[in-house]
Design a protein around this ligand. Structure first.
Ligand SMILES: [Zn+2]
Length: 108
């Protein structure tokens, strides 16, 4: 299945090669999007057959999540958690590349 998809993609590349523009390598830097708050969350995965499944809820700082874990452990003696962290990233082109694109009327 995966091989088929790869073959199809390859064939497609061959067909459109002449029409495609060749893009220069742009050394993007990856930055955290400061306009969107990161998300921290923990879920209790203690238990042999079935997980406890209790959740901390989503917070924009790790502090409240850790506090919830301590409290949950104190109440239940559960000691194993699955932690999730999510944030948004923005690809930032170098300043000289942005200037070049503007100079070429945005077609570089
Ligand atoms: Zn638990």
């Amino acid at each position: 299945m995966e091989q088929q998809a790869g073959a199809a993609r390859h064939a497609n590349t061959g067909e459109t090669r002449k029409a495609r523009r060749v893009f220069r390598y742009v050394p993007f830097t990856i930055e955290q999007d400061v306009t969107a708050e990161p998300e921290y969350e923990a879920r209790c995965v203690s238990g042999d057959e079935t997980e406890c499944g209790a959740r901390s809820g989503t917070h924009c700082h790790p502090g409240p999540v850790e506090e919830w874990q301590r409290k949950h452990t104190q109440e239940t003696r559960h000691t194993r958690y699955r932690r999730n962290f999510g944030d948004y990233a923005v690809m930032q082109p170098p300043a000289e590349w942005v200037a070049l694109v503007r100079a070429n009327g945005g077609t570089a």
